[in-house]
Design a binder for this molecule. Structure first.
Ligand code: ADP
Ligand code: ZN
Ligand code: ZN
Length: 762
């Protein structure tokens, strides 16, 4: 797995002159290491490497390597950085010595360092901090890059002959296992396979008790070992649809070179099957692949399908602890894992032989990091694929306008899946005009009727509401006073069980107000619908039907979510209530009705992305219906049945909706037609952030800068937020303008950041 470092592949790694390694005379031991440290400064630092002249050979510590970690002192504090160059031509004349080198083999290869440089440059973030963000927490702490050995069981070599004789002719009784059939069977398995780990033994169906009993005999012993990757199993016999076959062939023919594919396939059209098939060819003779998914907890089915099809699959997600993440990372880096399936930050993982990247649900907002290094994992995946010369597949039923734009420009190859395989049909979408109707718990009489029909037919009903909690607001019916957060310009959401008010922006909680703070009236009323309220109401309307709520409040634990999803998969008639979480890629074969309780909000927001987001959510939720033999129906309650965007979406589908949105964005000269960046500042006094942004404005050359203006929610946690919107005609101009401001220093109590390609622009 040793990787060769090639210096010339590392463009723009430091602020100084190009680093040219000059081999030191004699020993070959470097004398100066250029180190990038996790500090908010746009530069690297030179340190000396204690050399042969000062220490005898025997006491020499390992020298730093490019791409390896080095422990140093910085401003009197111990710190761990990444070495990006050795003996640079413009080395600092009098550097202080390093403490010691942690890695003797690079942790990050040349591709990685080049990609780090790209991230630092594109997102205007210090390289040292980019590098720190790219490696797992455990690596930042300096833990050794060693894969933990597993305990395995094997037949004791000195007893092997005896055991084999028993297996061949003499039988279990000769080993004293005459009445222990399972133990004897396990012994036979060990004889055929060689050492097996606890996990492998369990996977083969042996209970822990059987292993324990056999381990206590004289026939087996334990050893520490590192399991070798095994070849993937053969492809399954499932016949691809012709659309799928065309897509798979296109991706396969692109192996070994860069190519970006947009897999635009309606919900349930078998995109996952396309990924799996393409992976088979990518993994041939030791290749590796990376699969990015929005949230592992929300896509356990995807993970399971990958795990069922391939061996040596590792996951990387937020529910794992630091040590587990580090081990998963090392297995990819050292070639012990074949497939990495993970959320956003998995895009930075190291591989020994990466051959393909897949981004599932590429439109999903969770691919964009909202703080620190504000990268888009989807966009980075494409850049990485180009850097490594491999194909990348972006899949979605509702592609982002960015990806559709790139496809239209010919940067991406579009692969289309229009049909669901087998008997499954796409559901029809219907708008339900609720003007003038009395709603009960947010549900119109007509929808109520439809729900009852589907449940009576044995189907499951999925109701979608955009808000968690009981009700979005607690209001005084006398004077209109609304319970709001003391620290934010936002109203508190009412939650039930236990009843409390919660701010969804800063997380503050307090007991619900008993009296109106405006007029003293003592009967405050919850206004609007949240998932808890709908759950409660539906349970009253349908006392004989189980109602299952799925939102972030109930599904904090992965296990709980998985159990709930299983209940849905196996269950008969039932009602699901949930937020966007329900929309993400689940396969619910028994859902026949999807009801969208309120679809209006998205079309009136000030955010230019709101209609796109709303349309994606509606189509994704709708896509949960009719995924198996039974046909599905989708009903959308709205007060705006004539709204042109809603009409277009329902009548013509997402593709035409997206095209008209793209046209509108082009006319308004907004992204993706023109690149955008947002410069945000926040401070304890409203004027401070504003004044700082104002001072940046004249430095932004060649671009349009709008603002500074207050953020849509101006105050969060008692900090006042402002933003400057920057639009440019092209990337180069945007980059140059931002370079002109990125190292400005703000007053002490002003925090500020640059967000390139912001997701939440308002
Ligand atoms: P998507 O990822 O596009 O939402 P899936 O890959 O989950 O769609 O496929 C939807 C369903 O169709 C799954 O149950 C899957 O097993 C099934 N399926 C996919 N491809 C085929 C095929 N070629 N023949 C039969 N069933 C298929
Ligand atoms: Zn009042
Ligand atoms: Zn708050």
């Amino acid at each position: 797995m040793e990787k060769q470092q090639t210096q010339e592949k590392l463009p723009g790694l430091d602020a100084g002159a190009e680093a040219q390694p000059t081999a030191p005379q004699g020993s070959g031991r470097p004398r100066v290491a250029r180190i990038c440290l996790p500090v908010p400064l746009y530069r690297a630092f030179d340190y000396s490497v204690p050399g042969a002249e000062s220490l005898p050979e025997a006491e020499l510590e390992a020298a730093p390597v490019v791409g390896g970690r080095v422990a140093v002192r910085f401003a009197h504090r111990p710190m761990i950085g990444i070495c990006t160059a050795l003996d640079p031509a413009d080395a600092f004349a009098d550097p202080s010595p390093i403490e010691h080198a942690i890695d003797t083999v690079p942790l990050l290869d040349a591709h990685h360092l080049a990609l780090a440089a790209w991230l630092a440059d594109y997102y205007h973030y210090p390289l040292g901090e980019v590098l720190a963000a790219m490696i797992p927490a455990e690596a930042r702490k300096g833990s050794a890059a060693e894969i933990a050995l597993e305990t395995a069981w094997r037949i004791r070599p000195d007893q092997a002959a005896m055991v084999q004789r028993a297996i061949r002719e003499e039988g279990a009784a000769s080993l004293g296992l005459g009445r222990a059939k399972a133990q004897f069977a396990l012994l036979q398995t060990l004889n055929e396979n060689g050492p097996l780990s606890r996990a492998a033994i369990a996977e083969l169906g042996y209970s822990a008790a059987v292993l324990k009993a056999l381990a206590a005999t004289e026939w087996v012993e334990t050893l520490s070992w590192r399991p070798k990757p095994v070849p993937p199993p053969p492809e399954p016999a499932l016949l691809l649809t012709s659309e799928q076959a065309t897509a798979v062939a296109a991706i396969q023919s692109g192996l070994g070179q860069f190519g970006a594919f947009l897999l635009d396939g309606v919900t349930g059209s078998g995109k996952t099957e396309v990924y799996l098939r393409a992976l088979h060819s990518a993994l041939a003779d030791g290749g590796q692949a990376l699969i990015l998914v929005p949230e592992i907890g929300l896509t356990p089915q995807t993970v399971r399908r990958v795990q069922a099809r391939f061996t040596d699959v590792v996951a990387l997600h937020s529910a794992m602890n630091d040590a587990e993440r580090w081990q998963a990372w090392l297995k990819c880096a050292q070639g012990d894992a074949r497939i990495l399936i993970g959320t956003r930050s998995a895009c930075f993982a190291s591989f020994s032989d990466l051959r393909m990247i897949i981004v599932d649900e590429e439109h999903d907002p969770s691919f964009k990091q909202q703080d620190g290094l504000r990268y888009s994992a989807r966009d980075f995946a494409v850049v990485r694929a180009r850097q490594e010369g491999i194909p990348v597949v972006l899949g979605s039923a509702t592609p982002s306008l960015e990806s559709l734009h790139n496809a239209a420009l010919g940067r991406y190859t579009t692969l289309t899946l229009r049909e669901r395989p087998g008997a499954a049909e796409l559901p029809t979408l219907r708008l339900l005009d609720i003007r003038g109707h009395t709603l009960e718990e947010g549900i119109s009489p007509q929808l109520f009727h439809v729900m009852r029909r589907h449940l009576a037919d044995g189907g499951q009903v999925l109701t979608f509401i955009n808000r968690r909690g009981f009700a979005p607001t607690l209001m005084c019916p006398q004077c209109g006073w609304i319970a709001d957060c003391r620290d934010c310009d936002a109203r508190m959401t009412l939650h039930a069980r236990p009843e409390h008010l919660r701010c969804h922006h800063c997380g503050a909680r307090r007991p619900p107000a008993r009296h109106c703070e405006g007029c003293g009236h003592d009967e405050l009323v919850p206004v609007g619908q949240g998932t808890q309220r709908a759950e409660q109401g539906l349970a009253e309307f349908f006392p004989d039907t189980p109602v299952l709520r799925i939102d972030r409040d109930v599904t904090r634990s992965q296990r709980q979510l998985a159990a709930q999803l299983d209940a849905v998969l196996e269950g008969g008639p039932m009602i699901l209530v949930g937020t966007q979480m329900l929309a993400k890629g689940h396969h619910f074969p028994n859902v026949t009705l999807v009801a969208v309780l309120g679809a209006d909000g998205g079309f009136f927001s000030a955010d230019f992305r709101a209609p796109e987001r709303m349309a994606q959510t509606i189509m994704q939720v709708a896509g949960r219906a009719g995924r198996a033999e039974r046909a599905g129906e989708v009903w959308i309650q709205t007060y705006q049945p004539e709204h042109p965007l809603l009409q277009r979406l329902v009548k013509s589908g997402y593709g035409e909706f997206a095209q008209s949105e793209l046209n509108a964005r082009a006319a308004a000269e907004m992204p993706p037609t023109r690149p955008m960046a947002l410069i945000r500042a926040d401070a304890t006094h409203p004027e401070e952030g504003m004044a700082f942004l104002q001072s940046l404005k004249p430095r932004l050359a060649g671009v349009e800068a709008y603002g500074p203006a207050p953020a849509p929610i101006q105050r969060i946690s008692n900090r006042f937020r402002h933003q400057l919107m920057v639009l440019a005609d092209d990337r180069r101009t945007l980059r140059r303008a931002l370079l002109g401001v990125r190292d400005q220093s703000a007053p002490r109590n002003v925090r500020w950041s640059i967000d390139v390609d912001p997701y939440d622009a308002f």
